[in-house]
Design a protein around this ligand. Structure first.
Ligand SMILES: [Zn+2]
Length: 220
């Protein structure tokens, strides 16, 4: 049997290493939690639509947490033009969340630019605040989800942009906890939601307030 004091000596000898390892782990954790964002040398060379841009290094960036109208939908042009006004030709600052890419290979980011007075503009938030985007909460990228819902409420109450033409249904709707989409009860997609992901709301407004976004098929 090894005497106890020798055990202690061994532990003491090891402890600086353990301490360093612990410190390194904590540092890594801290670095991960701290949003890494700084003004890059990258510029916006193309504004695809209200929530997608192309950078000077060729990468396509999809804004996190928001969704703007698709081609053919009301406010598609308005959203793209507003986005263009905010970012076209500018240097961008990118902040990332947990997932870096979507399944189309687009870089997912919170995008910041400077306006003519040097003020920092949070582009994703501005799109929502001005009624050109809906919130699109898709876990695990949810860092600013609550802020976006708050801004959407502000836009909706003031009937800004797309909210000026949107008439949410007063009928009960059903949401999908996983995708955060909500549907009319009659929507074929609603019937496919798995029981443990189903959540009922008394109407579309309640679903919007909970951060869910309306289905593009049934438009509740
Ligand atoms: Zn639907």
């Amino acid at each position: 049997m090894v005497p106890l004091n020798r055990h202690i000596v061994r532990l003491r000898r090891k402890s600086p290493v353990l301490l360093l390892a612990l410190l390194a782990a904590l540092l890594a954790l801290w670095a991960q939690r701290r949003p890494a964002s700084k003004l890059t040398h990258l510029r916006v060379v193309r504004v695809v639509d209200g929530d997608t841009i192309v950078l000077s290094d060729g990468r396509t960036v999809r804004y996190i947490g928001i969704d703007t109208p698709e081609q053919g939908q009301p406010y598609y042009d308005a959203a793209r033009n507003f986005n263009r006004k905010l970012v076209a030709g500018k240097q961008v600052e990118l902040e990332f969340d947990v997932e870096r890419y979507d399944h189309y290979g687009r870089l997912l980011a919170y995008v910041f630019v400077r306006d003519s007075k040097g003020r920092r503009i949070f582009v994703n938030a501005e799109m929502v605040r001005n009624g050109f985007a809906r919130t699109y909460t898709k876990p695990p990228n949810v860092r600013y989800a609550e802020m976006f819902v708050r801004l959407q409420e502000e836009a909706r109450k003031n009937r800004r942009g797309l909210w000026s033409v949107y008439r949410p249904t007063r009928q009960p709707v059903v949401g999908n906890r996983n995708t955060r989409t909500f549907h009319r009860l009659t929507c074929p997609l609603a019937k496919r939601i798995r029981p443990h992901n189903r959540v009922r709301f008394r109407n579309a407004e309640a679903a919007l307030q909970a951060g869910y976004h309306p289905c593009r098929e049934c438009r509740p």
